[in-house]
Ligand binder design. Structure first.
Ligand code: SAH
Length: 351
């Protein structure tokens, strides 16, 4: 595989351009083109520069090979990478704008029992450029051109909740966060970015110290370590108590309220006693609980809680003093959480 130009920050691109013996202003032209989701071959710079770059860098590192559109407007994409690997993403359309869910790894090695991304294990990490290019490609697809600004922006919120564990691909994810929030680029504010993790404790501390201040979501899904270990192998390594301590540190450093994701699995974690335990675990914390009804993965034998049960669970948390919501289901008719689309595609299903 060739190198990926979208991995570079603006100043790195400037250095590259100077090292190629080109005029510095070419870096700005190239950067503006890249931030508009253009291929190298489609950027308006002299042909010999395009050729020099194309010899070493991927012309189009991320391509949309399939788009599914739900009746509520939600779009799901299959992206192909330069080496033929496939990842997926989702674009959710809200009143306040478009929110894109991006993948950070091909597959995942965390092994959560309810999740399709982990079915084939981890194939490889995505580079920072492959993560940002998912957004650039979707922006280009929607081609919303905001006046004279450098980047055509449709997407104004980003969630790192596609396939992969972002904190298991730490360096590339941090680089992505720096590039996507950089002034002069697509410049998405850190407060509009959410990173979701299954709870890799040392990396939560490291993230708190980066000074990027994105919103932190923790996939909790259970109220005890033993219960959590049944569906999430990572729980054998890091306890809930350690996760909560790391969240305290994150809050202290960033001032950001954090979110707990809690996927409701029938017979597993959504009885009244689980709600009460969650209240005693989280009460008094500056946090929010996001309840998700399981998207059933057919390779796994777990069932979703009913909608009624989800709202009862939510009401019990609220009564106990927690801030909680049941996540609205978007794109239900195109199916699938985390990795399901890719898993179907790889098995040759007609999607
Ligand atoms: N690895 C990260 C981010 C990716 S998953 C993490 O674990 O947080 C994003 C969220 O979707 C996580 O909370 C994850 O637990 C949840 N999820 C995965 N598969 C799901 C499914 N089949 N139904 C409902 N939620 C699911």
């Amino acid at each position: 595989m060739k190198k990926i130009l979208q991995d570079l920050s603006f100043s790195e691109l400037e250095n590259l351009i100077l090292s190629l013996g080109e005029k510095k202003y070419r870096a700005k032209q190239l950067y503006d083109g890249l931030m508009r989701g253009k291929k190298i071959s489609g950027i308006n710079v002299p042909a010999d520069l395009r050729e020099k770059l194309a010899a070493e860098y991927e012309d189009e590192p991320v391509k949309i090979i399939k788009t599914l559109t739900a009746s509520d407007g939600t779009e799901k994409y299959l992206f192909s990478l330069a080496d033929g690997n496939i990842v997926e993403g989702v674009l959710m359309k809200y009143e306040y704008g478009y929110s894109q869910c991006v993948s950070t790894q091909v597959g995942c090695r965390m092994g959560c029992k309810f999740c399709a991304s982990t079915l084939g294990g981890l194939v490889r990490n995505l580079t920072a450029g492959e993560i940002i290019a998912q957004i650039l490609t979707v922006n280009a697809l929607h081609a919303v051109n905001r006046g004279g600004s450098a980047a055509a922006r449709a997407v104004n919120k980003v969630v790192l909740m596609g396939s992969g564990e972002p904190l298991d691909n730490y360096c590339n994810v941090i680089k992505f966060l720096r590039n996507v929030t950089a002034a002069g680029g697509i410049n998405i504010s850190a407060r509009n970015i959410s990173l979701s993790t299954c709870g890799i404790v040392p990396k939560i501390y490291a993230l708190a110290d980066e000074g990027i201040d994105v919103n932190l979501s923790i996939s909790l899904h259970q109220t005890t370590d033993e219960g959590r270990a049944r569906t999430m192998p990572v729980a054998k390594k890091y306890s809930i108590a350690e996760i909560l301590k790391a969240c305290d540190y994150y809050f202290e450093k960033t001032g950001r309220r954090y979110i707990f994701e809690y996927t409701l699995i029938d017979g597993e974690n959504c009885d009244g006693r689980h709600a009460d335990m969650l209240v005693s675990l989280l009460k008094g914390r500056c946090c929010h609980v996001n309840l998700i009804r399981l998207n059933e993965v057919k390779e796994r034998k777990l069932s979703a809680a009913t909608e009624k049960k989800a709202y009862e669970f939510c009401a019990r948390l609220e009564k106990g003093g927690l801030s909680a919501t049941v996540r609205r289901r978007v794109g239900a008719d195109i199916g699938g959480a985390c990795g399901q689309l890719r898993a179907g595609y790889l098995k040759g299903e007609n999607i």
